[in-house]
Design a binder for this molecule. Structure first.
Ligand code: HEC
Ligand code: HEC
Length: 296
């Protein structure tokens, strides 16, 4: 008799738990679906003329050295699955060679990069435009001009599927990069490009279009928002710049992927270093100047 009662009570608890989980998952699914279907109304860029005369070599440098678009879009830019986790989801960068971009207009490609939206205004998923919004428009133009010149890669679109945990993280605001367009303010002033020289301003410009994505706005490091669960936390770059390292240590770390104390940097920093090691001394020195200017 006693046992029956206990079992009944346990059954009730289990039923409530299951209902709760189903409720949360349903709520998260609807929340993320609604946000992914929302249309964003960002102002036009009117960038087509700029793209015609843009510096393609600068575009190549931004895509393959400074920003590492290749981490998510593949070395040949033909698309790549960069997170494949049964719970979080399967995320793949699109094919951004002429084969994938096809008939999209220059303006639409630029809007995808700068605002993280498709031609119909709905947001791209997991495409970190909140960082690329920190690029000056002339650099966005250079990127689009370069993408038009790369070798077309005939690879179909790879899967993009938000897993259950991904939806719950997205819905509860624990994965802000899920819909980067939401992080962009449409009335923010466009960034003006500083001269490419060893200066704090140019260093800040370089850092804000890529490093902050993992090391955080404050560059204090920690777990990577939306990162693969297997990744180590990002390092605290302020600590490094606060007297622990010298400029030569920093440059050497980016050039070799090895820290002064002999650690080999792991993914995803290893992937960044593969590209960033091609940065010029001016670029690396400017980044160092900016890092050391951040005190505390
Ligand atoms: C963190 C991974 C990631 C990085 C880094 C990244 N992208 Fe993307 N990108 C994506 C994903 C994922 C999509 C597809 C999103 C979707 O379809 O909802 C995408 C889509 C795009 C699109 C739209 C393609 C289309 O057919 O609509 C363009 C253009 C693009 N990315 C360019 C770039 C450029 C240029 C860079 C570097 C400056 C870059 N991306 C860096 C993840 C990334
Ligand atoms: C895709 C994420 C990502 C991006 C983008 C990124 N980093 Fe990192 N970075 C990491 C992670 C993760 C580590 C820790 C690696 C480890 O512990 O093996 C790291 C480590 C480092 C270290 C070593 C610090 C130490 O004390 O070990 C330096 C220096 C560094 N990053 C600089 C940069 C700079 C400069 C940029 C921008 C050009 C950048 N990172 C962009 C993820 C990233």
């Amino acid at each position: 008799m006693r046992l029956k009662k206990v079992l009944k009570a346990l059954g009730m608890v289990l039923a409530v738990l299951i209902l709760f989980v189903v409720g949360v998952v349903t709520w998260a699914t609807l929340n993320v679906r609604g946000r992914a279907q929302k249309k964003f109304d960002f102002p036009p860029l009117n960038i087509s003329e700029k793209i015609k005369t843009a510096d393609k070599e600068l575009g190549r440098k931004i895509v393959t050295v400074r920003i590492s678009c290749t981490i998510c879009h593949g070395g040949d830019l033909g698309g790549k699955t960069f997170i494949n986790d049964p719970a979080v989801g399967t995320f793949s960068g699109a094919n951004i060679t002429p084969y994938g971009l096809g008939a999209k207009s220059d303006e639409d490609v630029a809007r995808a990069i700068y605002y993280g939206v498709r031609a119909d205004g709905t947001p791209l998923i997991f495409m970190p435009s909140n960082e690329y919004h920190n690029l000056a428009l002339e650099d966005v133009a250079a990127v689009v001009a370069y993408l038009r010149t790369v070798t077309p890669v005939a690879r179909p679109t790879l899967p993009l599927k938000i897993g259950l945990l991904g939806k719950v993280l997205g819905a509860t605001g624990k994965m802000s990069v899920l819909i980067p367009a939401e992080l962009i303010s449409s009335n923010a002033q466009a960034v003006v490009k500083p001269t490419e020289e060893n200066s704090v301003a140019f260093g800040k410009y370089l850092v804000e279009s890529v490093c902050i994505g993992c090391h955080g706005r404050e560059l204090k490091g920690g777990p990577i928002d939306g990162g693969d669960p297997s990744w180590p936390p990002a390092a605290n770059l302020r600590l490094v710049a606060d007297g622990l390292w010298k400029e030569a240590d920093f440059i050497n770390t980016i050039k070799t992927g090895k820290t002064p104390d002999g650690r080999t940097l792991r993914d995803p920093m290893r992937g960044i270093v593969e590209n960033a090691k091609e940065m010029s001394d001016t670029e690396l020195k400017a980044i160092w100047s900016y890092l050391t200017a951040l005190k505390g």
